[in-house]
Ligand binder design. Structure first.
Ligand code: PGA
Length: 244
């Protein structure tokens, strides 16, 4: 199984910053046969990113999409257009979308189905809040998120990102062993060997090695640390040196 590494740029890097980034990144990134590397810029920058990564082994990803192909949905992005732009992957159900944009499990389910229909591989994000963690409800909550989101879907066609909400952008992470245990739980719940289960939440160049060496971790979803091309390259090299 190839590792999956995602750079989630969120709402950072405008067109010119993206060009500067790729100038450094594309020159220094050597394709690794054990890694699928995906960069997800802001939706409005996808066209520029597509141009900048042309002829490279870098995959293009989207941070979100709508589930309909077209209609009167002001402000939404069609999966058809993402496909046209060369997007091979899309993140669905990131906790920021669930919390700040009121995205529900039923919507996430429709988005997953639509992405699969259009040949875009979705990465479903799941994770517990700090309150759920304190109440020892993490596993239960993640089981519910997975069941609802994947209802009627062949889970082989979806990768999963485990992102504890309290770890995103905070500098805090579960211990590597806790991450491994949760990934094991997710693997048992989805009951397939095809999906990659990747970890996200304050991954950086100092903690990456201790996490990726865990048996059940198949890659990373990286926000903040992916914005610095050099730091991101360091993390990629750490993953490239692993053999599982
Ligand atoms: P972070 O973000 O790496 O900045 O914690 C992860 C994410 O939200 O995708």
């Amino acid at each position: 199984m190839k590792y999956l590494i995602w750079a989630n740029f969120k709402m950072y890097k405008n067109q010119s910053e993206l060009k500067t980034y790729f100038d450094t990144f594309v020159q220094n990134y050597h394709c690794f046969t054990n890694i699928d590397l995906t960069i997800a810029p802001m939706t409005v920058c996808l066209s520029t990113a597509s141009e900048l990564t042309k002829n490279s082994c870098i995959h293009l990803g989207a941070q979100n999409m709508y589930y309909e192909d077209q209609w009167a949905y002001t402000g939404e992005t069609s999966p058809v257009t993402l496909k046209e732009l060369g997007c091979e992957y899309v993140i669905i159900g990131h906790s920021e979308r669930r919390k700040l944009f009121a995205e529900e499990d039923s919507t996430i389910n429709k988005k997953l189905q639509s992405a699969i229909k259009h040949g875009i591989r979705p990465i479903l994000c799941v994770g517990e809040s700090s309150e759920e963690k304190d109440l020892w409800l993490s596993k239960e909550n993640i089981t519910i998120q997975l069941r609802k989101a994947l209802k009627g879907i062949d889970s082989n066609l979806v990768d999963i990102a485990y992102e504890p909400i309290w770890a995103i952008g905070t500098g805090q992470t579960p211990t590597p062993e806790e991450i491994n245990e949760m990934h094991h739980h997710i693997r048992q719940t989805i009951n397939n060997n095809e999906s990659r289960i990747i970890y996200g939440g304050s991954v950086n160049d100092t903690n990456a090695e201790s996490i990726i060496t865990q048996a059940e971790v198949n890659g990373f979803l990286i926000g903040g640390a992916s914005l610095d091309a050099q730091k991101f390259l360091t993390i990629i090299n750490i993953v490239a040196n692993q053999q599982k």
